[in-house]
Design a binder for this molecule. Structure first.
Ligand code: ADP
Ligand code: MG
Length: 266
């Protein structure tokens, strides 16, 4: 299952991505979690201890790797470079392993505004595309709100674009934009997770009216313990309140049936 998670900053993308990754790993699945948000914080949502976090090598800043694979110098303009660089060994070499999850951090392409075809972005695009198309079992992409830099190759491999929203118009607008972008890229399925709700019934009704009930994949209540886990740099799975994971487990179940159901229809 290949899931891309997107949405406005601060809505809980990394919380959802990290918690799902840990739950799938606990179920014995092979999980690759990819932090594709320039504002990278998936490592902390996964609960990586600082000793492991310091071992993370952000792909985007691995100048030697980028130059070797693309055949071009970083930060030089007007060069020819390979548009299909070799990327199949990168996850194996650069992912950090923690509690059954492989974590790969992509980092931010600093001068990528306007969809530049610089060596870094070419490498990242090829890498993500390779991961969603060829990597086995579960791949979870923690993304920023803008997904236009995702190539069609990547989009074809993603089973589901999941937008996280909180009970507020702005995050809903971002999710609408994500939905349109996903459709334009050819991602077949779109769903919404409502997070941080203090009134699940009322807010779910609202979100269902905005996106259609069939697109509401899960609801996660506002809970001070979730915010505390972030402050402490602890994964929800390690916090010691198993019931806190219940909404994430139901989301997992819904995802399973959502993906298989729609697959047979498509
Ligand atoms: N259901 C929730 N209840 C309370 N706080 C939450 C909840 N979900 C996320 N948070 C908190 O909101 C903040 C932003 O979450 P995060 O997952 O980092 O968002 P994003 O990755 O979308 O920027 C974090 O401090 C996190 O602990
Ligand atoms: Mg995040």
């Amino acid at each position: 299952m290949k899931i891309a998670i997107s949405g406005k900053g601060g809505v809980g993308k990394s919380t959802v991505a990290g918690t799902l990754a840990r739950l799938y790993a606990a179920d014995g699945r092979q999980v690759l979690a990819v932090d594709a948000d320039p504002d990278a914080n998936l490592a902390s949502a996964l609960g990586l201890p600082s000793s492991l976090r310091s071992q993370i090598r952000t792909i985007c800043t691995e100048r030697k790797l980028i130059e070797e694979r693309t055949g071009a110098k970083v930060r030089q303009f007007g060069q020819m470079f390979k548009i299909n660089p070799e990327v199949s060994d990168i996850a194996g070499k650069y992912a950090v392993h923690y509690k059954g999850v492989d974590l790969l951090v992509l980092g931010a392409v600093e001068h990528a505004a306007g969809g530049c075809a610089c060596p870094e972005s070419v490498l990242l695009k090829s890498l993500v595309s390779h991961l969603v198309l060829h990597r086995g079992d579960v791949v979870i992409l923690d993304m920023e709100a803008g997904i236009e830099h995702l190539g069609r190759g990547t989009a074809m491999g993603v089973d589901l674009m999941m937008a996280v929203v909180e009970p507020g118009q702005r995050s809903v607008e971002t999710a609408e934009r994500v939905r349109r972008m996903s459709a334009n890229l050819g991602i077949g399925r779109f769903g919404v997770v409502l997070n941080k709700t203090a009134d699940p019934e009322e807010d779910s009704r609202w979100i269902a009216s905005e996106f259609g009930l069939e697109h509401l994949l899960g609801t996660i209540p506002l809970d001070a313990r979730i915010a505390r886990a972030d402050r402490q740099g602890v994964a929800l799975a390690d916090l010691g309140y198993p019931e806190l994971l219940d909404p994430f487990r139901s989301l997992q179940k819904t995802l399973q049936s959502f993906c298989t159901e729609k697959e047979s229809v498509l």
